[in-house]
Design a protein around this ligand. Sequence first.
Ligand code: CAO
Length: 425
Amino acid sequence: MTKALHDVRIVDFTHVQSGPTCTQLLAWLGADVIKIERPGVGDITRSQLRDVPAADSLYFTMLNHNKRSLTLDTKTKEGLHLLEELIRISDVMVENFAPGVLDRMGLTWERVQELNPRIILASIKGFGPGPFEECKVYENIAQCVGGAASTTGFDDAVPTVTGAQIGDSGTGINLALGIVAALYQRKTTGRGQQVMASMQDGVLNLCRVKLRDQQRLQHGPLMEYPQYPHGSFGDTVPRAGNASGGGQPGSILKCKGWESDPNAYIYFVTQAQVWGDICDVIGRPEWRTDPGYATLEARLQNQDGVFAAIEAWTMTKTKFEVMAILNPLDIPCGPVLSMRELAADPALHATEILVEVDHPERGRYLTVGIPVKLSDSPAEITRSPLLGEHNADILRNVLKLDEAAIEKALESGALGRKRSTMAVS
Ligand code: CAO
């Protein structure tokens, strides 16, 4: 079966996490992704957070599946020439270097268009145009400047970043959408275009509900926040702890075993539609009609009391027992699952959102597969490339160089030290 993007060739000039996430998604959708890496070094993540000596790290392997690797020193004349030749015959180039890096290399948008007017040049930067546009940005910085940190955590504690990589992987997803849309538009215009995604914008987009709340503050307290009704609100959206971000109050509650298991908790939503069933389940049937509890308005005045009563019940059961009781009643809830529990979940393996992959250096490892499924373009997760693994393949079969041209490229040192660069074909 052909893949959705089977006829798309991508020059993947990305590194670390944000850009590689984008190109990995496109590779899973069928694009031919050629990762350009510095000879001898490669993407810095190959050696960062290494767990197995002399093997590519999980940091790298888990972000670079289904790609090919070509080593090129693009600061040499021959390296830049080969990159430019690749640009001429590709559909997309993706990069996430610090601002100005591509220009310093000579690859301005004007130059890229001159090489290939149909190419889409897709970039991730920390910030969009403005006072910070020249700044380098990593994940947690993006979370801070995009509104996530100021609104995450508890009122009496420091701003908190989340484990979900919303700045890096989140922005990579935005960029992938932009690229696919630009490819679609090219069908009618015949032209490429620039696609830009800033990490600050990406995080702010995901904090949309907090900007909603900022404006709601002008009209009164945020009744679903834990600061209501006893605490006070200032002039900005406070950290909401584990309160629900929507119109149905929710909280994380202790379950049996919480004293020793840091994840023996469940998220419980007191959805108004099923309030009566909640009352029955927790042994408070009288709350169905008690004016202090019967309406959402009344419950918001006493959120602490409501959740304390529910928690007194959840603490008598494990999080999975709570789930088993509440689900048939359509009461929305979800256990706090640890990474250990997720990694072992057979249902997640069955749907291939968790996949085991073989790797020649590090052996078998577990990774996350594609989070979107296309019925006519099923993704097959294959391992990340070794550094320069496809040098020979790409010079011969993509750039169509003859043996003399290959020899010239190798002699120049642009692909690295000659002996090691063509070892694998
Ligand atoms: N051959 C030769 N040189 C190469 C090369 C190659 N194949 N690939 C990269 N380089 C060079 C670049 O030319 C550049 O050199 P100059 O600064 O001399 O022009 C340098 O390597 C890379 O520059 P960088 O500033 O992008 O890298 P860094 O490690 O200092 O910064 C990061 C990393 C991520 C902070 C920065 O790239 C950035 O802000 N990117 C945009 C935002 C982003 O994507 N952040 C997410 C990162 S994941 O948390």
